[in-house]
Design a protein around this ligand. Structure first.
Ligand code: FES
Ligand code: FES
Length: 153
């Protein structure tokens, strides 16, 4: 059994001790946001926040999150009340296939929580662990800058 807080709610998962956080989230926790890309910390598709800090869910054991707070893209906002980053991605048409975006959005959210007005260098550095196979990088950077402006307004 592993207990932690997932997107603000307490969860208890009955899983083998070596289960990765990604498999726990996509399996028993029933989420689809965190994605499997490489499984080796090479793409960022699986990124989630653990205690507000980006973490690769593909290599992190779920048991290491016991008692901690885990946030996935589902925890950022809802279709009715999207996080400014989620709204900005739509406004900038920053996603093509969208496979990378769940991870990018949580890393960007962590950046804005720490640095409300990041410059482009800071945004690119924060998103460097993430690959976007569709080449949407410039639009994604614009979306993060738009969200920062809207959060400051
Ligand atoms: S699936 Fe975790 S970094 Fe690629
Ligand atoms: S939008 Fe397709 S991988 Fe980034």
């Amino acid at each position: 059994m592993v207990q932690f807080t997932l997107n603000g709610a307490a969860v208890t998962l009955d899983i083998p001790p070596d289960t990765s956080l990604l498999h726990a989230l996509r399996g028993p926790a029933g989420l689809s946001g965190p994605r499997f890309g490489c499984g080796t910390e090479g793409c960022g598709a699986c990124m989630v926040l653990v205690e507000g800090v980006p973490a690769y869910a593909c290599t992190l054991a779920a048991s290491a999150c016991a008692g901690k707070s885990v946030t996935t893209v589902e925890g950022l906002g809802t279709p009715d009340a999207p996080h400014p980053l989620q709204a900005a991605v739509l406004a900038e048409q920053a996603g093509q296939c969208g496979y990378c975006l769940s991870g990018i959005l949580v890393s960007a959210a962590a950046l804005l929580a720490k640095t409300p007005d990041p410059d482009e260098v800071a945004i690119r550095a924060a998103l460097d662990p993430h690959l976007c196979r569709c080449g949407s990088h410039n639009r994604i950077v614009r979306a993060v800058r738009r969200a920062a402006r809207e959060m400051a307004a």
